[in-house]
Design a protein around this ligand. Structure first.
Ligand code: ZN
Ligand code: ZN
Length: 340
């Protein structure tokens, strides 16, 4: 099969002809092992984490890994002992692909904190490929009435946005600030709006601000601007630590900032009086549980949550990542398999 691999992690250049960290190669189609499904990939969303893996912001976990963890495809074959799915069924391959099920965190329902967790497109080959394997226990059944392209970004961007919103403890009808407005934030905004929140979007880029207003945000302004009213909750989606004190100042007393990214540049020193006192809280968000994923997919179907997508052929995954880095599109990029 043909697949993209991260040959040598490093910066993805702005020039269209520059040789980047990704390489399109021929490699053996994977064999589904015990409990695994072999999936023919139809579409795969492009997540900012793919950029972090390609550029080396995240340490290498697997040499020449195939990135991509928002895969939608069709079950092609089942490995020994794999159950719960049938050949031909549509399934989703997401970020979390293994937990031990036995540690204290797993036992108390926090499998996202499992120290033995493994991730698609980082620890194991992902979905920027014609085929991928996934443990059946971690595959998502996709019996929702959402087509492949609109569905793919829900599998990470959507689920993480959903968990980040939950971590932000937004009160009923509350005032929510979203810092950064890419793939994850524009899905999170739709869930919050469906729940009756008033949403203020703080992001650079006129295109993203326009999308925010189109989706129903009460206001859209620059990332460092002050929102028009104090916030009960905020979610930081931009991987920019400098925005933490900015968001903390925008919170009302007792407000909560939830930091959604897996990678964040350093947070500058906080001023206690204006940025933390009055029981403001900062919380991080670490991956998600499978229960988060299943709940979110239900919520997405119920409320018509849809990704605004920009389609690229899978053969141009490197261009999609460059465009993501440069902020050239709003919403989320989705790769559609043109290799098979
Ligand atoms: Zn565990
Ligand atoms: Zn992701």
């Amino acid at each position: 099969m043909r697949a993209w691999v991260v040959a040598e992690p490093g910066p993805i250049g702005p020039g269209a002809n520059e040789l980047g960290p990704l390489e399109l190669v021929d490699k053996p189609t994977p064999d589904p092992g015990a409990g695994e499904l072999l999936v023919q990939i139809r579409a795969c969303g492009v997540c900012r984490t793919d950029l972090h893996v390609a550029e080396g912001d995240l340490p290498v976990h697997k040499d020449r890994v195939v990135p991509g963890h928002e895969g939608v495809g069709t079950v092609e074959a089942l490995g020994p002992e794999a159950t719960g799915f049938a050949v031909g069924e549509r399934v989703g391959i997401a970020w979390l692909r293994h937990t031990d099920g036995t540690c204290a965190y797993c036992r108390r329902g926090d499998e996202n904190l499992c120290p033995n967790s493994r991730y698609t497109g980082w620890d194991a080959d992902g979905c920027y490929a014609e085929y991928a394997v996934v443990p059946a226990d971690f595959a998502y059944r996709l019996d929702v009435a959402i087509e492949d392209v609109a569905l793919a970004p829900l599998l990470c961007a959507g689920i993480i946005g959903y968990r980040a919103l939950a971590r932000a403890s937004l009160p009923e009808g509350g005032r929510l600030g979203l810092y950064g407005f890419g793939g994850s934030a524009h899905l999170c905004a739709q869930v919050a709006l469906a729940q009756g929140a008033r949403v203020h979007v703080l992001t650079r880029g006129a295109q993203a601000q326009r999308l925010a207003l189109d989706l129903g945000a009460a206001s859209a302004a620059g990332a460092y601007d002050t929102p028009p009213e104090p916030l009960d909750s905020a979610v930081l989606f931009a991987p920019v630590g400098d925005l933490v004190p900015v968001a903390m100042r925008a919170l009302d007393r007792g407000g909560v900032l939830s930091v959604a990214g897996i990678h964040l540049s350093d947070i500058p020193a906080l001023t206690y009086e204006t940025e933390l006192f009055y029981e403001k809280e900062i919380r991080s968000v670490t991956a998600n549980t499978r229960a988060d994923g299943r709940q979110f997919l239900e919520v997405a179907e119920r409320h018509g949550v849809r990704a605004t997508t920009h389609v690229y052929p899978l053969s141009q995954a490197d261009r999609a990542l460059r465009d993501l880095k440069a902020g050239r599109f709003d919403g989320a990029a989705v790769l559609v398999n043109d290799l098979s």
